[in-house]
Design a protein around this ligand. Sequence first.
Ligand code: C5P
Length: 234
Amino acid sequence: MTVPVITVDGPGGSGKGTISRMVAQRLGWHMLDSGALYRLVALGALRHGLDLKDEAELADYARQLDADFRPGTSADAEPATLLEGEDVSLELRTETCGNDASRVAALPAVRAALLDRQRAWRDAPGLVADGRDMGTVVFPDAELKIFLTASVEERARRRYKQLKEKGIDGSLAGLLNEIAERDRRDSQRAVAPLVPADDAVVIDTSDLGIGEVVARVGQLCRERLGQEFVEGVG
Ligand code: C5P
């Protein structure tokens, strides 16, 4: 029997990360944050003095990437992400790192180098996979595919709030520009561009609260997978 997968794709700030984590917790499933892998490759490569345009070198580094994820300490808390044994969770979330990640993610050899590692996350009882190409490339046979969107203004506002809560500086106007630029790069790249899978359920979260989106996904899990959310989690 194949292990079931729910893919949650969409642009940055659409709520993918938060929603994926909450859904995974409510189902008692594993969660793959594929964006963190691209961020780790970018961060690690820069620390090792690699050129972010050198595709072959970056792909080699991605294949050998020494990454580890430790569960968060409270319900709905983000896991700690380790690069070569060091907790880099905070550095990983900066806009600079996100932009560098989006550059290395445009390189086909880097994407290919991370493919098996991502698929290895498919483990019983199930996986919620968060990213850009989870439903189109990495898990095309996923049982349920969700694509979250939101207006660029709303996504910039959310990102601004998130960064502020983490004590990271940023201006709303600057974020808006960076998000629009990253959207452009992610949607227009030749390999695995950011597009909904043909069979994805598209949810616009611009005017929805997190609880409403989670409830909608819960309903889809019930209808499509016969899976019920565990009560009282988070
Ligand atoms: O989701 P997150 O913002 O952490 O992703 C950082 C960057 O990594 C994205 O802008 C995108 O370019 C890239 N990415 C990707 N494919 C994925 C996940 C992330 O190309 N599955």
